[in-house]
Design a protein around this ligand. Structure first.
Ligand SMILES: [Ca+2]
Ligand SMILES: [Ca+2]
Length: 304
């Protein structure tokens, strides 16, 4: 009887999960087809060998100031043991802003202060691609109050015209769910946003996807196949969902790898994005690390 009732409740939750915001939707086990790699040719990649970030491929300058509940700074980014490592930690002494002269006149420029620091790297202005298959292999930061992400953008994302075809933020994964007591710890969120971030902002989500192979200690791959008709998302090569909302972006987009702290105005607020409470006690794994083994970009053979 109890089992039957539970099944009804779970079925109902799965039914409504598609219409709920990403932070409330039910974790789903990836199902569906395996990505057909024979359709693609590798056109760009970084395996993160050596001990410095390849400046011909990546830059730090997308945003070099306050970001949500913390700050982004290039000193939080390193390359070691075959991985890109984006660290996240509380710093009592603010880091130096080496882009001060260039950025301090900007509207959103804010001085670095003591607080939560982490980083971002982007291929903006260095590598941008339209369509194909994109995959990252990584270990997610085991920490509350923050999240890591592999995502894509172009400037058309801000253009409000009722369509995502001019540009869409594609979030291949965002890891909001470390110690998420509602839906389980080992989930990632996947979705898209377009028409800016104001009142006209639109988007869609495939909800939270459960990762069977512990994403905080083990490598997993997170990918998206982007065709002119749809985005197909994959975890470890297995389809987790599809999105066509707003029409698919028809313009080249750049890649971003980042960590962010929940909050606003540089003040951490763990409840703001449903990431769980943050704490500086020693059992909270600080500094947390987002470790990326590789990023690989493929193009459809017939679009080369
Ligand atoms: Ca648009
Ligand atoms: Ca590597």
């Amino acid at each position: 009887m109890f089992k039957a009732a539970l099944k009804v409740i779970i079925s109902f939750l799965m039914m409504i999960s598609v219409s709920l915001p990403g932070t409330l939707s039910l974790g789903k086990v990836p199902k569906g087809s395996t990505v057909d790699m024979s359709k693609f040719t590798l056109v760009w990649s970084d395996e993160f060998e050596g001990d410095t970030l390849d400046a011909s491929k990546w830059g730090y300058e997308w945003w070099v100031t306050m970001r949500k509940g913390g700050y982004w700074h290039e000193d939080m980014v390193s390359v070691k043991d075959g991985n890109l490592v984006i660290a996240a930690d509380y710093l009592d002494t603010p880091l130096e802003n080496r882009y001060y002269d260039k950025w301090h006149e900007q509207i959103h420029f804010e001085e670095y202060k003591p607080g939560w620091y982490t980083g971002i790297v982007t291929t903006r202005g260095k590598y941008e691609q339209c369509y194909g298959y994109y995959e990252v292999r990584c270990i997610l930061p085991a920490a509350t109050g923050m999240w890591s992400a592999f995502w894509m953008m172009n400037e058309g994302v801000y253009n409000v015209d009722g369509s995502g075809q001019d540009g869409t933020e594609v979030d291949v994964f965002e890891s909001f769910s470390y110690k998420d007591h509602w839906w389980g710890n080992d989930c990632v969120s996947t979705g898209i946003h377009y028409d800016g971030y104001g009142e006209d902002s639109k988007g869609d989500s495939i909800g939270k996807i459960f990762i069977e192979n512990d994403p905080y200690t083990q490598y997993n791959t997170y990918g998206v196949e982007w065709s002119p008709e749809e985005y197909i998302f994959y975890i470890n090569g297995v389809e987790s969902g599809r999105i066509t909302a707003g029409g698919v972006s028809q313009n080249p987009e750049y890649l971003l790898l980042s960590c962010e702290f929940a909050g606003s105005n540089g003040v951490q607020d763990s409840d703001r994005h449903g990431t769980g409470k943050i704490s500086l006690t020693p059992d909270k794994n600080w500094p947390a690390e987002f470790k990326v083994d590789y990023v690989r970009c493929y193009q459809y053979n017939d679009m080369l």
